[in-house]
Design a protein around this ligand. Sequence first.
Ligand code: THU
Length: 160
Amino acid sequence: MASELNINISIDVLDPEELNEQERKAMQLAQEAAKDAYAPYSNFLVGAALVLEDGTMFKGSNQENAAYPSGLCAERTALFALSANHPNKKITMMAVTARRRSDEQFLPAMPCGACRQVMAEYEYKQQEAIPVLLQAQDGKFYRFRSVADLLPFQFTKEHL
Ligand code: THU
């Protein structure tokens, strides 16, 4: 009989007051970043913030294009810009949030598959887990302890 493989992923579900100072600041920066989204087609504003090992932060927002597939998500915009400008700085955490342009309220923002793959690349590169803080339902937050928890069974450099 076939054996079964179970994967168990623990996610911290947090109320706003349970965020630590750095997480609060990172989520705030992600919210600010969403304001800079260039999203005239979807009107869906996504912001991502990266906290670096020296405590500084870096942000990105989604950048759309009239040729739709040429646009890029907030997470990848932030990660590629960071890697292009500070290629050797380690990321200690990442925060993502989103809202509709017509609404002030922030919505649950789950990174798309392509962004998870890119997040996994940089986590693999730095050989240190990147915790990911996401806006969740009802004003709560999800804290994934690593990108690997968001993307199990990864394809990485090791497979080449
Ligand atoms: N988007 C992101 O920025 N991040 C994601 O993980 C999912 C989707 C953007 C892409 C597009 O500009 C808009 O949200 C609607 O899909």
